[in-house]
Each structure stands twice: as structure tokens, then as C-alpha cells.
Design a protein around this ligand. Structure first.
Ligand SMILES: C[S@@+](CC[C@H](N)C(=O)[O-])C[C@H]1O[C@@H](n2cnc3c(N)ncnc32)[C@H](O)[C@@H]1O
Length: 282
């Protein structure tokens, strides 16, 4: 605790008593915007074991996680429900923390139906549905993730306006919605897989539907340590990468979208809006 007090997580008082600082307070599960689940996740042995093989990623450009565990993180968690639950709660912490600024950045209310592709336990979708009472949602993710999510949607009071669909975004996603959200999904993947995910969405979308990619901008050289270290984290674990807005724009074009706008959404995130290009114009 003394070490953490020296980093501002606690404040050491007389007599070796410790008080919470605002940073330490975020670790409480009843904090307004808790990040304790994220802290619990990054300390999991299987995760830092992958970081122990960082050199493999640096030498090869490939996932140290797959090298260490012989499987990608999604497959590993599908086989380890306890780790899946810890990871999904960590993602929900991050999504909750950024949801207000995300909703302020872009008028989601213009869309009647939204599919959250790789939406985890539905934290963002819950916030969208609460903010827009006429909106209908679809939570799409891997089977073990959506199975655990249904109860949370009901508990949040949006279960009647939100259905869950299990599947893989490399195969197909639900058709015919007005908007397709991909939050913190594309950065998990290298360019060929990211394009494949976007192409799956493109096939499901009508010509007037919108693609809403919510991701970090990697930022300029010598700045944005959060994005640069997240870039390393993406390389080490899922084998992905952070990107510039222009790099997302290039992926969009390859997959059949035009980048329309990219309003800043706080925490270094942007809502990167794609519009389907007519078939044959790529
Ligand atoms: C980094 S998490 C982001 C979750 C959520 N969008 C958020 O912002 O909190 C990536 C999500 O992609 C999902 N995912 C990974 N592979 C998938 C696949 N093949 N098909 C569908 N979802 C997948 C994971 O289960 C996970 O929920």
C-alpha cells in the first residue's frame, strides 16, 4: 500500500493508515465509474504470461498470447468461463466510462435499430437504449458472451427492446439494421481480418445504413502513451493494432465504405462513421 500511495492510488496518513485518493476510489465496485474489473483483468496470470513473451511479438510481429498459449484470447476465454467473465466485466468498465462522451459525440438517436457487433455484455447498447427510448438493439457476439449478457440486459430494463444473437463476425451478422456499431473490435485484429469483419457488416447493410466504428486514434509521434501502449497490448494479446483515422479510412475503402466523419468522443476515442459505397465503385 505504501508503494501504491507513492503512485497516488492511496494517500498514506499518520500511523500507517491509508485513505483512498480519487484514483483509488475508482477501484471500488460502487464507484460512479468503476475500473476495478479492468484492474482485475490485467493482473490475470494467463494475461501477463503473454506479456512475458513480448520479445516474440517484437521479433515476429505476431501475437505473444498465441505463441504462449497455443490459441487466441477469444478461444482461450471460450474454454475458460471464469476468465471470460473477468474479461467481459473489464470491457464493460471501459465502455461505461466512455459512454457519456461517446453519446455526446454523435447523434445515435437518428437510428431506429442498432446492431452492436462484438458488443460484449452490452454495456454501450444499454446506454444507447436508455438514452433513446424508441431505439431497438441487437447484441451480437460469440455464443459464450451473449449467453451471459441476456440477464444483464433484462436487469438494465432494456431486455424487451434488445435481442441477442450469437455468431462470428467472420461469417455473418444480423441484417437490415440502420446502424452497425463496432466498438473496440477492429483494433483486436490485423488488417486482413479487420477488412473481413467490415465486409461481413457491409453484406448485411442496406445502402443507407451507417457503420459506426468507435476506436482510438493512434495519435502523432511522441504523444498519446495510452494509444501507443494499447497498440503494444493489441499486438501482444489478440495480434491487432491501433490505427490513425486515415488508416481506418483506408480499411473502409477496401471493404466498400467511404469515411464520412470522425467526431472525437473523449478518452482519445472517435466515432468513425462509414457510409456504404455502391457496389462496383471500390
Ligand atoms: C475488446 S472486446 C470489446 C467489447 C465491446 N464492444 C466493448 O466495447 O466493450 C471485443 C469483442 O469482440 C468479440 N469477438 C471476438 N471474436 C469474435 C467473433 N469472431 N465474432 C463475434 N464477436 C467476437 C469478443 O467476444 C469481445 O466481446
Amino acid at each position: 500500500m505504501r508503494a501504491l500511495a507513492s503512485e497516488g492510488v492511496f494517500h498514506e496518513e499518520d500511523g500507517r493508515r491509508f485513505a483512498l485518493t480519487p484514483i483509488g476510489d475508482c477501484l471500488r465496485s460502487d464507484a460512479e465509474e468503476p475500473v476495478g474489473a479492468w484492474a482485475a483483468f490485467v493482473g490475470r496470470p494467463y494475461y501477463w504470461q503473454a506479456w512475458g513473451d513480448l520479445l516474440h511479438s517484437i521479433r515476429t510481429g505476431e501475437s505473444a498470447f498465441a505463441h504462449r498459449h497455443g490459441i487466441d484470447p477469444w478461444g482461450y476465454r471460450a474454454r475458460n468461463p471464469e476468465e471470460a467473465a473477468i474479461f467481459d466485466r473489464a470491457m464493460a468498465d471501459l465502455a461505461r466510462r466512455a459512454s457519456r462522451s461517446t453519446l455526446d459525440a454523435y447523434d445515435f438517436g437518428r437510428h431506429r435499430t442498432i446492431v452492436d457487433v462484438g458488443g460484449g455484455r452490452g454495456e454501450l447498447l444499454v446506454n444507447l437504449l436508455k438514452a433513446h427510448p424508441a431505439m431497438q438493439g441487437v447484441l451480437f457476439d460469440l455464443p459464450h458472451v451473449v449467453e451471459a449478457a441476456g440477464g444483464e440486459l433484462d436487469a438494465a430494463g432494456v431486455g424487451e427492446r434488445c435481442r441477442t444473437v450469437a455468431g462470428s463476425f467472420f461469417d455473418e451478422v444480423p441484417q437490415g439494421a440502420d446502424a452497425y456499431v463496432l466498438r473496440a473490435v477492429l483494433h483486436d485484429w490485423d488488417d486482413p481480418e479487420a477488412v473481413a469483419i467490415l465486409e461481413t457488416c457491409r453484406r448485411a447493410m442496406a445502402a443507407d445504413a451507417s457503420l459506426l466504428v468507435i476506436e482510438r486514434d493512434i495519435g502523432p509521434p511522441n504523444a498519446r502513451p495510452d494509444a501507443k501502449f494499447s497498440d503494444l497490448n493489441m499486438l501482444v494479446a489478440p495480434g491487432g493494432r491501433e490505427r490513425s483515422i486515415a488508416e481506418y479510412g483506408a480499411l473502409f475503402v477496401t471493404a466498400g465504405f467511404r469515411l464520412a466523419e470522425s467526431p472525437a468522443a473523449g478518452f482519445g476515442l472517435h466515432v468513425i462513421v462509414g457510409v456504404p459505397m455502391p457496389d462496383g465503385t471500390r
